[in-house]
Design a protein around this ligand. Structure first.
Ligand code: PEP
Ligand code: MN
Length: 277
């Protein structure tokens, strides 16, 4: 691995130990495609969608049970209040049994590491907002389960490595970095109001200079607009990403959360079938 002066100084100061390498996640397939809704909305929806994802050749099903919303949700939508929470996990467990797909879902807090979440979730997602929640990362470092660590919208390269290090030094070497958009309002936001972030694809080759930690790119949250998901997916794979996490939904416009960037079935099909993009 290459090191430059700045990274070398972090290694010399015992802040980073790039020789602790992450396990390669035994992806098997490359690129590794994760897809599913932003939120689990009902048992029927997630089970049906898991079967469709399986049929398309998607490698893992995503679905949020605990949803960190930008603004507090004060009125529940049916049973959904910042996610279906434990019910959402139970529905994901059924979807896993029915489809055979492994599950990617977020844990927001140490209190959510329990029997139900551990039985259900195969790849624990750390959300953007918890990128540097070291209490949580330290606990995840004690587990023997893959962690998908999302980059904070503010995270610099060395902060990404530092957050991974938190998990790695705890003994859990199954870490993957999930890159998504960063702060820096796109100059076309007045035309596409849901594009809140800048995709920062250059972080993919930049990280690859220093570590072999797998990189899963999120073209959904990084663009904020469904028509941009396919081109940015292609660009991320071309730039060296090891996989993609794409939000999808049977009726994207009706999604409870993130309706603007959720992809249709046909779009996921194009990305997941044509893996050599
Ligand atoms: C998500 O992937 O479900 C999510 C909430 O994204 P982020 O943490 O990147 O905002
Ligand atoms: Mn989302």
């Amino acid at each position: 691995m290459k090191v430059n002066k700045y990274i070398q100084s972090l290694i010399n100061d015992n802040k980073l130990n790039l020789s602790v390498q992450a396990d390669q996640w035994k992806f098997g397939k490359n690129p590794f495609i994760i897809s599913g809704p932003c939120s689990v909305e009902s048992e029927e929806m997630i089970v049906d969608w898991s079967l469709k994802m399986k049929e398309l050749g998607v490698d893992a099903l995503r679905g949020g049970a605990y949803k960190p919303c930008t603004y507090p949700i004060t009125e529940a939508i049916g049973d959904w209040k910042e996610g279906l929470r434990e019910d959402g996990l139970r529905f994901l467990l059924t979807a896993k049994k029915e489809s055979g797909l492994p599950i990617v879902s977020e844990i927001m807090d140490v209190s959510q590491i329990n029997q139900l979440s551990m039985d259900t979730i195969d790849y624990i997602q750390v959300g953007t907002r918890n990128f540097q929640n070291y209490t949580l990362l330290d606990e995840l470092g004690k587990l023997d389960k893959p962690i998908l660590l999302k980059r904070g919208t503010w995270g610099t390269l060395d902060e990404i490595l530092g957050a991974c290090e938190r998990i790695l030094v705890g003994g859990n070497e199954k870490v993957a970095i999930c890159l998504r958009g960063v702060v820096g309002m796109p100059s076309y936001r007045h035309i596409f109001p849901s594009t809140r972030w800048a995709p920062d694809l250059m972080m993919i080759p930049a990280l690859k200079e220093f570590c072999d930690i797998p990189i899963i790119y999120d073209p959904s949250h990084s663009t904020g607009y469904r028509n941009f998901v396919k081109p940015i997916s292609k660009a991320a794979i071309a730039a060296g990403a090891d996989g993609l996490i794409i939000e999808s939904h049977p009726e994207p416009e009706k999604s409870i959360s993130d309706a603007d960037h959720i992809s249709r079935w046909t779009r996921v099909k194009i990305v997941s079938i044509n893996k050599n993009i």
